[in-house]
Design a protein around this ligand. Structure first.
Ligand SMILES: Nc1ccn([C@@H]2O[C@H](COP(=O)(O)O)[C@@H](O)[C@H]2O)c(=O)n1
Ligand SMILES: C[C@@]1(CO)OP(=O)(O)OP(=O)(O)OC[C@H]1O
Length: 158
């Protein structure tokens, strides 16, 4: 049996915050604002995984009102989500995702992000694809006010 899920997330860019995307700390003058470390890509992937197994979304599992998740490492949140996926008897088929950011330039970090996601989801790197796009300076992402990400995941039975 196959299960498919999709995710979408946005975080605001502000001064004096780290810019962590896919678990990699990206050098940039602005960073992502959130209750957790605001890793927009890992949140999107967590939502896609939760969607695939019919388990709601990341906010249901890790509420942003809970001090336990203040400045949380989103790698740990995704690993918790992945445990649920495994408990339901699934492994990753493949994952495709896109980071929508005018800046920073992500190309130099895409390989490291991909390998890190594969590590978190206990799969091979060739099961994971990570893309980046600008929005040609249009909209909130184009103005550099925030970064968005989307993901689609296919799970297969173990
Ligand atoms: N933050 C970003 C956005 C895009 N890229 C790479 O640049 C290429 C062109 O992007 P378009 O917006 O014109 O589609 C593309 O190959 C992206 O991977 C990037 O590295 N960082
Ligand atoms: C991750 C959580 C929990 O710390 O907080 P944020 O970092 O604000 O991120 P969001 O994408 O709004 O997802 C759900 C939250 O509950």
């Amino acid at each position: 049996m196959f299960r498919i899920g999709q995710g979408f997330d946005v975080h605001r860019l502000v001064a004096d915050r780290p810019c962590i995307i896919g678990g990699i700390d990206i050098p940039y003058q602005y960073g992502l604002l959130g209750h957790s470390d605001a890793d927009v890509l890992l949140h999107t992937i967590a939502d896609a995984c939760l969607g695939a197994i019919g388990e709601g979304d990341i906010g249901n599992h890790f509420p942003d009102t809970d001090p336990a998740f203040k400045d949380a490492d989103s790698q740990q949140l995704l690993q918790e989500v992945w445990k649920l996926v495994e408990q339901k008897g699934f492994v990753l088929g493949n994952l495709d995702c896109t980071v929508i950011a005018q800046a920073p330039k992500l190309a130099p970090y895409i390989g490291a992000i991909r390998d890190n996601i594969a590590r978190l989801l206990k799969c091979e790197s060739d099961q994971v694809n990570v893309k980046a796009t600008t929005t040609e300076k249009l909209g909130f992402t184009g103005r550099g006010e925030g970064i968005a990400a989307q993901a689609i995941v296919l799970l297969t039975e173990k």
